[in-house]
Design a protein around this ligand. Structure first.
Ligand SMILES: Cc1cc2nc3c(=O)[nH]c(=O)nc-3n(C[C@H](O)[C@H](O)[C@H](O)COP(=O)(O)OP(=O)(O)OC[C@H]3O[C@@H](n4cnc5c(N)ncnc54)[C@H](O)[C@@H]3O)c2cc1C
Length: 354
């Protein structure tokens, strides 16, 4: 009889990207038995394709967030991103990984944007953030927003190390196709197997809506493109353009350009071509690829429990700046799962009250 019973665990985590690995590790440290399932392999989704930098703040200017959502929202969002960087640094240290502060320089080309960034910097410096306005004429721009706390790290190595824990069992190449929740837990159905868990965390990135269809109206799949070019030029620090949608980095033997756009019908490649021609016209392109992220309709992570699905939690919607949210979003989910604390701004139930 027992041979036909599905295996059981305390928590099943769907998705072995950075988000899934972070929550799995924290729960394992609470002496819970965790099974992590991935349709492919560890860090083969957005995490494995990322541009490997966790930036301070948000892609929108602080002043824009203030106008759209009020000063309290703007301040809290930036504070959460600063906490995210602190958590990232502590995680890297505990795993013996490097996460150097490389900073970044956001270039501003129009006077309308310059006014917004000046207002943003005034507020941010008043709140104690380490940001500065610098002349950027040399690069062909009006001004630039210099930040110092942005961290570079290797998300693939971090994800792999996080999953190395005695209480974590990894099941790669297992695509979960269906979840059935009842009052005692959840049954996860894959093609040739099933699993019973007391709780499930859906950390399936861009594909989370397949398992949680109620998220579909509030989440979209956003393409992020990367191009790598061989060049002998050097760049002192990562440059950001177009409201944080384009990132240019010197990776030693090559430069890397990554881009996304909030417009679903626009192609990020247009931006890569534009900035590629401007900054590395002599470079030879060696590699180009696209990967997908989950983007919520207000740009913030989707963390928590969907009210109509007992025992099923989500940790998704991290977006194109997801490394700037993954660590703090995991803490918010942990607070909910272990201590019944409200995940605050990230609470997925914010959409259910609309
Ligand atoms: C090209 C690119 C560059 C980026 N650069 C940056 C950057 O520099 N800075 C930054 O902050 N952010 C960046 N991001 C965003 C960041 O990488 C993501 O927000 C973050 O990695 C998301 O992590 P995740 O764990 O939620 O998702 P993922 O890493 O996508 O992990 C989800 C996992 O779930 C698995 N899965 C999906 N469905 C199922 C299923 N049904 N059953 C089992 N497994 C399933 C997938 O195989 C995948 O491995 C970039 C993203 C891309 C695509």
């Amino acid at each position: 009889m027992s041979s036909v019973m599905p295996p059981t665990c305390d928590v099943a985590v769907i998705g072995a990207g950075l988000a899934g690995a972070l929550i799995a590790r924290h729960l394992a440290q609470q002496n819970l038995n965790i099974i992590v399932l991935d349709a492919n392999d560890v860090a083969t989704g957005a995490t494995g394709n990322s541009a490997e930098i966790a930036l301070l703040g948000t892609s929108e200017f602080h002043a824009v967030l203030e106008e759209q959502h009020g000063p309290a929202f703007a301040t809290e969002t930036w504070e959460l991103s600063a906490q995210n960087l602190e958590l990232l640094a502590a995680t890297a240290l505990s795993l013996g990984l490097a996460a150097p502060a490389v900073g970044s320089f956001r270039l501003i080309g129009t006077s309308a944007e310059a006014i917004l960034v000046q207002r943003s910097v005034q507020r941010l410096t008043h709140q104690g953030f380490n940001v500065l306005l610098e002349d950027a004429m040399e690069l062909g721009y009006l001004i630039g927003l210099q930040t110092y706390d942005d961290l570079a790290f290797n998300p693939v190595e971090m994800t792999q190390r996080l999953l190395m824990h005695g209480r974590i069992t990894l099941r790669p190449r297992t695509e979960v196709q269906h979840l059935e929740a009842d009052s005692n837990g959840v049954t996860l159905k894959a093609k040739r197997s099933s699993l019973r868990a007391k709780a499930v965390v859906v950390a399936a990135g861009a594909f989370a809506t397949r398992l949680c269809p109620s998220l579909a109206p509030h989440m979209s799949m956003l393409p992020v493109q990367i191009a790598e070019c061989r060049t002998n030029e050097t760049l002192p620090m990562p440059l950001l353009f177009n409201e944080g949608q384009v990132l240019l980095q010197d990776r030693g033997e090559f430069w890397r350009l990554s881009a996304w756009t909030p417009q679903v019908d626009e192609n990020p490649w247009t931006q890569i071509e534009k900035y590629g021609k401007q900054f590395c016209p002599e470079a030879i392109m060696t590699r180009r690829y696209t990967s997908w992220v989950a983007q919520s309709s207000d740009g913030l992570p989707l963390v928590g429990q969907l009210s109509k699905t007992p025992h099923i939690y989500t940790l998704t919607g991290l977006g194109p700046w997801g490394l700037s949210w993954a660590f703090i979003a995991t803490q918010q989910l942990l607070g909910l799962m272990l201590h019944d604390e409200d995940p605050g701004l990230f609470n997925v139930q914010r959409f259910e009250t609309i």
